[in-house]
Design a binder for this molecule. Structure first.
Ligand code: TYD
Ligand code: MG
Length: 451
């Protein structure tokens, strides 16, 4: 009897590229002696794929999935209103920023709803994880299972026994498939392991969370394919010198992207900051020179923060310009516009801009607040502590409209601000209802109106 020949391909152990023939050098990544022959069908597939016949789109629609709260409201918001069973989520962030802490706290939140959580702590020992759990004062640990297994086969073996509702893998770069020759963390390993977790999530309707390392330049480590595979990509960042941390969704198949969650790292783990504006304006209690409040939008959420400027005569032939938390080019642009249209003589000044609290703002709407802070510092005139600003300034000195006008105004109103300076073009976006009589709106057409 004829036996069926198994089709094979040659796979690169470095980049995972395949080739039909053996070659000394991988044509994709250029590495030498890294091609090995492997059967075409995946060598390890733990879960039988369910055969499905195509259905009509209309038939699939009513089956909307229930969402489960993770017990952390800020995380729920970023996920698009809670966790969808069977979803596949990747969290990236710099070392030490608090990824493991966040997921351990989430594990507690989920376990309190009688959900079984399996936390694979492949990076840390069991003692380290349980010490952290003690430090976080986790209650109801009965539904949380931990293991420091790094082998994918063994992880799935445990999964079969535990049958968790949620699987957390900390981190995908430390998990490995033993019948692949490459080291854990290499592209081919990460790709293969991530693929296995994906089919596990989809076939068993278990939510799978992966923690991923980021590279030096802030990109998620591993293949780009990883980001395509998962349903949601979350990024956790913040300045390690400050307690404040931001969680963002960079991709989300179940909700809006750019939604943010705000946390504060404390001795008892991550605390949710449900009122970020109050958090950032905590220390601003009087009229100050060079300090202006900006009504920012992070995701779809208004956030009031302080922008500080310092201008002083320079003793250098090329004056110094420095920013912290803001783009330096924005400072160059605004300084040039102020010099041209308001003639306030900034060209011979050293200029410093700062966003206190470790916040980073990239939004163009910050222009007006930066301009006001620079003018205030140059002229040594304090800015009223109950006024705030937003609007983009273009190169002709006009103030351009911004999005989310109403949300910004409402937040400023909620925090007791009395005067808001904003683009004239936003007038038409406003409904009468939201404005209280106590609020003065100053509609600006051009930068000259600021004086
Ligand atoms: P961790 O979650 O281990 O970060 P990651 O997994 O992203 O590498 O968090 C590490 C940092 O958080 C560590 O520097 C100490 C700090 N931390 C606290 O300040 N308070 C706490 O309760 C915990 C658990 C950690
Ligand atoms: Mg960690």
């Amino acid at each position: 009897m004829k036996t069926k020949k198994v089709k094979t391909l040659f796979f690169c152990s470095e980049c995972g590229a395949s080739s039909p023939k053996w070659q000394g050098q991988c044509s994709h990544c250029g590495k030498w002696n890294c091609l090995t022959e492997k059967p075409l069908s995946p060598s390890f597939s733990h879960f039988k794929t369910v055969k499905q016949t195509p259905t009509m789109l209309s038939q699939q629609f009513p089956k909307s999935k229930m969402r489960v709260s993770t017990g952390i409201k800020e995380l729920d918001r970023v996920l698009g209103g809670g966790l969808v069973p069977g979803s596949y989520i990747l969290l990236g962030g710099a070392p030490g920023i608090g990824k493991s802490t966040l997921f351990l706290q989430m594990a507690q939140g989920l376990s309190q709803q009688k959900l079984k959580v399996f936390y694979v702590s492949a990076e840390e020992s069991l003692e380290q994880t349980s010490l952290r759990a003690k430090r976080l004062n986790l209650k109801n640990q009965n539904n949380i299972f931990i293991s420091n297994e790094t082998s994918l086969e063994k992880i799935f073996h445990h999964v079969e026994n535990i049958k968790p509702n949620i699987l957390i893998v900390d981190s995908i770069q430390t998990v490995q498939l033993s019948d692949m020759s490459s080291a854990p963390g290499t592209i081919s390993q990460v790709r293969e392991c991530a693929g296995q977790f994906m089919s596990f999530a989809k076939n068993t309707n278990t939510a799978v969370f992966l923690i991923g390392h980021i590279t030096k330049d802030g990109q998620l480590g591993g293949p780009r394919l990883l980001e395509h595979m998962v349903d949601t990509v979350l990024s956790f960042d913040g300045d390690p010198h400050y307690p404040f941390r931001l969680l963002r969704a960079l991709k989300n198949r179940f909700g809006a992207v750019n939604e943010i969650g705000v946390f504060q790292m404390s001795a008892e783990g991550l605390q949710e900051v449900s009122n970020p504006s109050e958090f950032f304006l905590e220390e601003r209690k009087e009229d100050l020179i060079g300090s202006v409040v900006f009504t920012a939008i992070e995701g779809s959420r208004p956030l009031l923060c302080e922008i500080q400027a310092l201008c002083l005569r320079s003793y250098l032939s090329v004056p110094r310009r420095t920013t912290i938390g803001l783009d330096i080019n924005r400072l160059h642009k605004i300084a040039a516009i102020l010099d041209r249209y308001l003639k306030i003589g900034l060209s011979q000044c050293d200029m410093f801009l700062n966003l206190p609290g470790g916040l980073k703002i990239t939004e163009p709407g910050a222009d007006l607040a930066i301009a006001k802070a620079l003018i205030s510092s140059k002229k040594q005139e304090p800015v009223d502590k109950l006024s705030c600003f937003f609007g983009e300034i273009d190169l002709t000195g006009k103030i351009r409209t911004c999005t989310f006008t109403e949300d910004r105004i409402k937040e400023a109103q909620r925090l007791g601000f009395k005067d808001i300076y904003l683009p004239e073009g936003n007038k038409k976006h406003l409904t009468k209802k939201i404005i209280s009589e106590k609020l003065n709106l100053h509609w600006l057409h051009s930068i000259k109106d600021l004086l």
